[in-house]
Design a protein around this ligand. Sequence first.
Ligand code: CP
Length: 315
Amino acid sequence: MLHKDLLSLEDLSRSEIETLLKLSLDLKLRLKQGEKLTHLKGQRLVLLFYEPSTRTRVSFAQAAYLGGAEVISVATDTSSVTKGESLVDTARNLEATGASALVLRHKAAGAAALVANRVSVPVINAGDGWHAHPTQALLDLLTVWEKRGGIEGLKVAILGDILHSRVARSNIDAFSRLGAKVKVAAPPTLLPPGLDDLGAQVVADPAAAVADADVIYLLRIQRERQAEGYLASLPEYSRWWGLSSELLAQAPADAMIMHPGPVNIGIEVSYDVAFGPQALFTKQVTNGVMVRLAVLTTLLGGEKQCLQRSQVVAF
Ligand code: CP
């Protein structure tokens, strides 16, 4: 890959996305076989998160450690951000301390691109507002690919709060470009305009969306926004749009159930479904470490060294 940064999967070709998935699988196999990786030794990854995170932050750190890199995590609430230092100034100062790459999460769409244009080191978008979450889409692709051996021709149903979701935007684009058919179902207030252009078909009824789905992808209802009148009530949303065992019974028996987390159990998914055999939530998280290791390997220049020693992976 010739890119300095990873801001959105829309910037990558299908072949570049597939190369990252292949590298993720390769690294996963090598780690499983007990190999100790050192190709990121000497690199210092700085995690700069302006929004809360559990999975993304920790899995970037785990990925860096697995490759031999060091990690520094900036707590923005105790940093000079609280004294008014701007995003770009903060990033430039972190680069000046010796950061090899910045992993940025921010509430503003475009924040990662803003920083990427003003620092020399790679910037990885760990989620920017409602815009994109590229490593989430990569880990979701990897999880499906491992189970089904590919993405081409699969049917993906995305249910939930599409409007506020950067994961929805990244996944609709990524799954569509890799050959899946994507349907979305949500109350009209939670559907943004332009879904057709992104490659998704809007379906009015969740049962119709899941009826032939290989993947049922659930999105968190962003409860912090429900005071704004997007939903009449959460219990009613849960009753009509949540994935219950009754709704799941209308889907193929081997449908994969996925969720980016954090999960609101009892709202977008019932307890029995969330902990049932079709739910892949923790497998997604494990794959998150692998795709982030592949991204760090690629952007920090270890790709060639790493691939020279790689084994052939059926893909
Ligand atoms: N999926 C995801 O981005 O989770 P976190 O907010 O915990 O990082």
